[in-house]
Design a binder for this molecule. Structure first.
Ligand code: KG4
Ligand code: ZN
Length: 383
C-alpha cells in the first residue's frame, strides 16, 4: 500500500510517501519513497515560540511544493491533469493553497497512491486545519480513502520503527512521550492500545526547555540550544553550583510538573548579569533536573508494570543527555528492559511518522468520510 502523509500540527510542514505491506509482529515492511519537510523554526524564532497565524500561512504556501517534491522523489509524479471539481468548496478560505493546488492538478494526473493519511490532532488547531482541508481536497479529487492520524501515535510509531520494519516489542509497552505540547507516560497492553499512567500538570517538558531558553536569551526552539550549552558545561568536568528542584520526583503516581522548574530558573536569573559560563551551568542543571525526573518516573513504571519494552518519543527524545540517562539507568536496573528511541533527526515532527501510523490505522480499517474529518487541537491518544 502506498501512502501519502501530511503533517501540519505545529511549525513543520511535511509530506511523505511510503510503500508498506504486512502486519505488525509478522511480516511488516516499509520503504520511504519520498520525505519532504520544511521547518518554520527560523521564522518563529523572533516571537520566541510558534505564532499560530504565521504557521498557518506558511503551511498554506508550503504544502503543494512539498507534495510535488515527495511525489517526484518517489517517482510518482504523473503528467496529465485531474478534474478539480469541488476544490473551491473544500478550500474556500485557503486562497494561496487553493490556487497552488489547482495549478498542480491542471498539470498532473492522479499519482499511484492508495491512501492519504493526515494529522488531525493534537496540535495548533489553525495549523491542523490547513493539513486536514488539504487532505480532504486530495481525497476528493483523487477518490482515495482518507485516514486521520493522531500525531502522538505517529511519534510512538517512529520510535518503534527500524529502517524497514517495526522492532520486536514485548508487552506491556511503556511509552514516554516528551514534546513541546506533551509529557506523558503511557502503558500499552497491546499494539495501538493506550492507557495513560500520568501526564504533566502544567508545562510540557519541551515547553519548559523553550521557556527556560528564553529566560537565558537563547533562540527558539530552546531544546537544541540548551542541550548544546549543557554539553559544553559537562565537558569541563565541573558540577553546576546552582541547584534546581526535581519537581514531583517522589510524588506518588506518574504525573509531572515542569512549571516550577522554569520559575526556579526565572528567580535565579532575575536581576543578574549572567556570564556565558553561568548560562552553560544553568542549562546543564536544568537539563539534569529534567532527565532526573523523567528517568525516576520511567524506572518506577517499569518496575510496577514489569515492562519489557520502553519507548521514548517526541521532540525532546532528540536530547542526548536524556537518552543516555534513560539508557544507562534502564540497563543498570537489571530487568533486561529494551529501550527504543527514534533516530535523532526523526525525533522532532515529520510526516514519516504519520505515514507509519496511517498505515497501521488503515489496516484496522480506520478510514474516515472526508467530509467529517476535523482538526482537533486536544485530541487524546488514550481512553
Ligand atoms: O515533537 P516536536 O517536534 O513538536 C511537538 O509535537 O511539540 O517537539 C518539539 C519540542 C520543542 O519544545 C523543542 O525545544 C524540543 O522538542 N526539542 C528538544 C531537543 N530538540 C527538540 N528538547 C531538548 N533537547 C533537544 N535536543
Ligand atoms: Zn510532535
Amino acid at each position: 500500500m502506498r501512502i501519502l502523509s501530511i503533517e501540519t500540527s505545529c511549525d513543520e510542514t511535511a509530506i511523505s510517501t511510503i510503500d508498506a505491506s504486512g502486519s505488525f509482529g509478522k511480516d511488516f515492511r516499509y520503504s520511504v519513497l519520498g520525505n519532504a519537510l520544511l521547518s518554520q523554526a527560523a521564522l518563529h524564532a523572533p516571537f520566541g515560540g510558534v505564532f499560530p497565524n504565521l504557521a498557518k500561512r506558511e503551511h498554506e504556501q508550503n504544502l503543494v511544493p512539498l507534495m510535488q517534491q515527495a511525489l517526484a522523489d518517489a517517482k510518482l509524479l504523473e503528467h496529465g491533469s485531474t478534474t478539480t471539481e469541488g476544490i473551491a468548496e473544500l478550500l474556500p478560505r485557503e486562497t494561496i493553497l487553493r490556487e497552488q493546488l489547482l495549478a498542480f492538478l491542471n498539470a498532473h494526473a492522479k499519482p499511484l497512491i492508495d491512501c492519504i493519511a493526515v494529522t488531525h490532532g493534537p496540535g495548533l488547531e489553525p495549523a491542523l486545519w490547513i493539513g486536514v482541508n488539504f487532505a480532504r481536497a486530495l481525497a476528493q479529487v483523487w477518490q482515495l480513502p482518507l485516514v486521520p492520524v493522531n500525531h502522538m501515535e505517529g511519534h510512538v510509531m517512529l520510535s518503534a520503527a527500524t529502517e524497514d520494519s517495526i522492532a520486536p516489542i514485548s508487552f506491556p509497552l511503556l511509552s514516554l512521550l516528551i514534546s513541546g505540547g506533551h509529557t506523558e507516560l503511557i502503558l500499552s497492553k497491546d499494539w495501538m492500545e493506550y492507557s495513560l499512567l500520568g501526564s504533566t500538570r502544567d508545562d510540557a517538558v519541551g515547553e519548559a526547555f523553550d521557556k527556560v531558553a528564553r529566560l537565558l536569551n537563547l533562540p527558539y526552539p530552546g531544546g537544541p540550544e540548551i542541550a548544546r550549552l549543557a554539553e559544553e558545561f559537562r565537558k569541563t568536568g565541573a558540577t553546576p553550583s546552582v541547584q534546581l528542584p526535581r519537581p514531583m520526583i517522589d510524588a506518588e503516581g506518574y504525573d509531572f510538573s515542569f512549571a516550577g522548574l522554569k520559575t526556579a530558573v526565572r528567580r535565579y536569573v532575575e536581576n543578574r548579569e549572567l556570564s556565558p559560563n553561568e548560562v552553560r551551568e544553568i542549562a546543564c542543571e536544568f537539563e539534569n533536573a529534567c532527565a532526573d525526573v523523567l528517568v525516576a518516573k520511567t524506572l518506577r513504571a517499569i518496575e510496577e508494570f514489569g515492562a519489557p519494552t520502553v519507548l521514548v518519543g517526541g521532540g525532546v527524545s532528540a536530547n542526548t543527555h536524556i537518552r543516555n540517562q534513560l539508557a544507562s539507568s534502564i540497563r543498570d536496573y537489571g530487568y533486561g528492559t529494551k529501550l527504543l528511541v527514534p533516530p535523532p533527526h526523526l525525533a522532532t515532527d515529520n510526516s514519516l511518522m504519520i505515514a507509519l501510523a496511517g498505515y497501521f490505522r488503515a489496516q484496522k480499517g480506520a478510514f474516515a468520510d472526508p467530509s467529517t474529518v476535523r482538526a482537533q487541537g486536544n485530541l487524546k491518544l488514550h481512553e
